[in-house]
Design a protein around this ligand. Structure first.
Ligand SMILES: Cc1cc2nc3c(=O)[nH]c(=O)nc-3n(C[C@H](O)[C@H](O)[C@H](O)COP(=O)(O)OP(=O)(O)OC[C@H]3O[C@@H](n4cnc5c(N)ncnc54)[C@H](O)[C@@H]3O)c2cc1C
Length: 357
């Protein structure tokens, strides 16, 4: 392939693709709207699964770096009923298939594995145009344009590349997270620290309200309180109003919200069609990650973005631009399966069965 593969988006999907291509001797350029690798805090913890995300890291030749970044003990899962009763408490014995890392550490590993200059920071794509014959033109806000014969949209939920392939747009999935942080939780929030497990803690009423909390590397408890409410409900939020939605829950669980050291942040969930996105194959362009199959968070999105990247990288290495077709044939059924799984609301019995083994 003469023209370097052109990837839009330096998230986990885009970076994994650039790395897998490099391992296979194929040059890629990644255009990213953020101004630098440190322009934005990179979210919280990610469990990377042995059946998708880890396979991608193997293809990227980065398993040793990944293992070194795993946070010991964080694969523990504690489940609580709304009155604080323990439902399950699964310890991390170091043999599980879903070890946890900080998202920022994983992104750094991928960035460090790429030659300098691979990622062109501060390049926000604001226009895409098909030129015919599989070629496309990308324009960047105030920074000119490029043409390419192989374009990959790894640009997340609000992809600018997606409209080349489909008119589908994400819609609000009906649920939102409210994000809170409790810093130095052991010392500053001892009552919460006693209730929260050493890894992930989940408290749910299995009717649309849930609290998920993760122990991060630096003693922070990172909390997502999930509510099933229309978007307008979140127009004005404060911790008291959010905690009121969990009325009747044990006070020590409400403290995951009310003891926050930061103002609560609304993270609405958007999703592409519930049957999974498909498009008619077009030469020279495809999508990976959230651009292809955005769904409400279910612990799979980042893993799937990396899996897409590894599979697309392998297909391009084996078949050049013709590899897009075989990649998409595998992608579409996987996206459909993911859309259904992400929309499924687990019952109490599901959760106990899943975690208590
Ligand atoms: C609150 C929350 C919690 C989550 N927890 C988990 C979890 O525990 N496990 C898990 O597997 N998944 C989780 N997910 C899902 C996961 O974050 C996504 O599925 C994953 O980040 C998708 O990766 P991506 O590379 O496709 O897209 P992104 O990570 O969104 O990366 C896209 C990149 O493209 C760039 N970009 C966007 N538009 C442009 C443009 N026009 N021009 C140039 N660059 C552009 C963006 O700046 C970004 O860097 C969670 C999601 C949320 C919202």
């Amino acid at each position: 392939m003469n023209t370097p593969v052109t990837i839009v988006g330096a998230g986990l999907g885009g970076l994994t693709l650039a790395r897998v291509l490099r391992v296979n001797g194929i040059e890629a350029i990644v255009y990213e709207s953020e101004r630098s690798p440190d322009a934005r805090a990179q979210g919280g913890m990610l469990d990377i699964h042995d059946y998708n995300g880890q396979l991608a890291l193997e293809a990227a030749g980065l398993m040793a770096e990944f293992r070194a970044a795993v946070l010991p003990g964080r694969e523990a899962y504690r489940g609580l009923a709304t009155d604080g009763t323990l439902l399950f408490d699964k310890a991390d014995d170091g043999t599980g298939g879903r070890p946890e890392v900080q998202r920022g550490d994983l992104r750094r590993i991928l960035l460090d594995s790429l030659p300098a200059g691979t990622v062109r920071w501060g390049h926000k794509v604001d226009g895409v145009r098909a030129l015919g014959g599989g070629r496309h033109e990308l324009s960047f806000a105030g920074r000119g344009s490029v043409t390419t014969s192989l374009l990959v949209g790894a640009d997340g939920a609000w992809s600018r590349v997606r409209p080349l392939l489909t008119g589908a747009v994400p819609v609000y999935a009906g649920t939102s997270f409210i994000e809170t942080f409790l810093y130095d939780v052991q010392r500053r929030h001892p009552d919460v620290a006693r209730v929260a497990g050493p890894g992930t803690t989940i408290a749910s009423d299995f009717a649309g309200r849930q609290i998920n909390a993760h122990r991060e590397a630096d003693g922070t408890l990172h909390v997502y309180a999930e509510l099933t409410e229309p978007l307008e409900f979140f127009d004005s939020i404060d911790v008291t109003r959010i905690a009121r939605q969990f009325d009747g829950w044990a006070p020590e669980l409400l403290a995951f919200i009310t003891d926050s050291d930061t103002a609560p942040v609304h993270r609405p969930h958007y999703a592409l069609p519930p049957e999974g996105l498909r498009w008619g194959h077009r030469p020279g362009v495809t999508l990976i990650g959230d651009a292809a199959h955005l769904a409400a968070p279910d612990g799979e999105g980042a893993n799937l973005a990396m899996q897409d990247a590894a599979e697309l990288g392998a297909a391009l290495a084996a078949h050049g631009g013709d590899g897009l077709t075989s990649y998409e044939e595998t992608l579409f059924p996987r996206s459909a399966e993911h859309a259904v799984a992400a929309a499924y609301k687990p019952t109490r019995e599901d959760m106990i069965e899943f975690f208590a083994v």
